[in-house]
Design a protein around this ligand. Structure first.
Ligand code: NAD
Length: 370
């Protein structure tokens, strides 16, 4: 696996065949699932199973083309490999995408048919929730396969991962503050939170408790007002969030908000948030952040609380305390990444990927030896 090569794939998407894309990104398997009766069309991407079974959610999306769905499942499953590896989990990376209009297609038979396909892989792929999938959908999938996670707590599952994800972002942010300011205390720090949905809302609770001064934005006005009332946060405009004079910027809504246009506007010395794929261009923007003197806590490292939570569910009976204590290790992992980035003069995103790759290589060797 090579960082530069993978970026190349993204840039040339559409011009490469499926096998060429899979080969460049290092995938093991791509499974096409089709069922005429229910209208199911799905893809299951298995990127790497050296560390363990490939875990990753199922995304239901009305992709404009099949090519788009292929690129998405390949990209997302690869991301899961890195997230699990850097988090010290014995899990590989996988993801599934279901193609079509969720409002027209999703029903019990459809989901159970998908569950059958997951089951046919014999545990090599374990599914979970992602966009447009709910806990109740997981219950239907779980009627046809045991290889499903994220079931409700009352069914022995780990339930909503967001509080644990938020806790991981919080400890990762503290590690980044320590790097930028010499202390991991967030008391009195000015912090902007973009998106106060599930993760953003829980994050503001930790930050308010520690005495941070918060600035929040969201497209959902009702939610914004509630979080502002509960945390004492100041509400700012959706575009204004990039210009607020803060110490830390926490993207917790959509990806690619760290880009050519925003880096020059940000006043923060730290970027640490929950959103996936925060850097519009992993390589170029990683370097631009170094030049701007901004400490970036890689998203896939500090937002791993959700998958860590699931790993506790997979380890046997779900244990909330165990999930939080494993998630707390994100602090040390983030610090190790900063150290490696400094030693090698590389962006923190690259350092995190290198740590993940090294673990896969090392453990792969252990598994092969007698
Ligand atoms: P969510 O949908 O509950 O919250 C997202 C919030 O962002 C919503 O309140 C939405 O109104 C707001 N938003 C959307 N567009 C916006 C914009 N342009 N400006 C400001 N706000 C905007 O999602 P979530 O579960 O809280 O996840 C937040 C992010 O973290 C996502 O990128 C998600 O992929 C990532 N993530 C979540 C988890 C998890 O456990 N939930 C785990 C890993 C990563």
């Amino acid at each position: 696996m090579n960082v530069m090569e993978e970026v190349d794939v993204t840039e040339k998407k559409g011009t490469l065949s499926v096998f060429e894309q899979a080969s460049k990104m290092g995938h093991e398997q791509l499974v096409y699932c089709h069922d005429e009766a229910t209208g199911l069309k799905a893809l299951i991407g298995i990127h790497n199973t050296v560390l363990g079974p490939a875990l990753g959610g199922t995304r239901f999306w009305n992709y404009a083309t099949e090519e788009e769905a292929v690129t998405d499942v390949l990209r997302l499953s690869r991301g899961m490999t890195y997230k699990a590896a850097v988090s010290g989990l014995n899990l590989g990376g996988g993801k599934a995408v279901i193609i079509g209009d969720v409002s027209k297609l999703k029903n019990e038979a459809f989901l159970r048919r998908f569950g059958k396909f997951v089951d046919s892989l014999g545990g090599k792929y374990i599914t979970a929730e992602d966009m447009n999938m709910k806990t109740s959908d997981m219950e239907y999938i779980g009627m046809e396969t045991n290889h499903v996670t994220g079931l409700p707590v009352e069914m022995g599952g780990s339930g909503d991962p967001s509080p644990v994800t938020a806790y991981g972002v919080y400890v990762g942010m503290k590690a980044a503050a320590k790097k930028a300011y010499g202390s991991d205390s967030l008391e009195g720090k000015k912090i902007s939170v973009q998106g106060v949905g599930q993760v953003g809302m829980y994050l503001t609770q930790h930050l308010a408790k520690e005495g941070a001064q918060l600035f929040i934005t969201d497209i959902n006005q009702e939610r914004l007002e509630k979080v502002s009332k509960d945390s004492g946060a100041t509400i700012v405009g959706m575009d204004e969030i990039y210009d607020v004079d803060v110490d830390i910027y926490a993207p917790c809504a959509m990806g690619a908000t760290v880009n050519d246009e925003t880096i020059g506007r940000l006043k923060a010395s730290v970027i640490a948030g929950a959103a996936n794929n925060q850097l519009a261009d992993e390589v170029r923007h990683g370097r631009m952040l170094i030049d701007a003197g901004i400490v970036y806590a890689p998203d896939f490292v500090i937002n791993a609380g959700g998958i860590i939570n699931i790993s506790s569910e997979l380890a046997g009976a779900y244990n909330k305390e165990q999930a939080y204590s494993w998630t707390e290790k994100i602090y040390d992992t983030t610090q190790n990444i900063f150290k490696l980035a400094d030693e090698k003069s590389i962006p923190t995103q690259d350092a995190a990927m290198k740590l993940a790759e090294k673990r896969i290589e090392d453990i792969g060797r252990v598994k092969l030896s007698m």
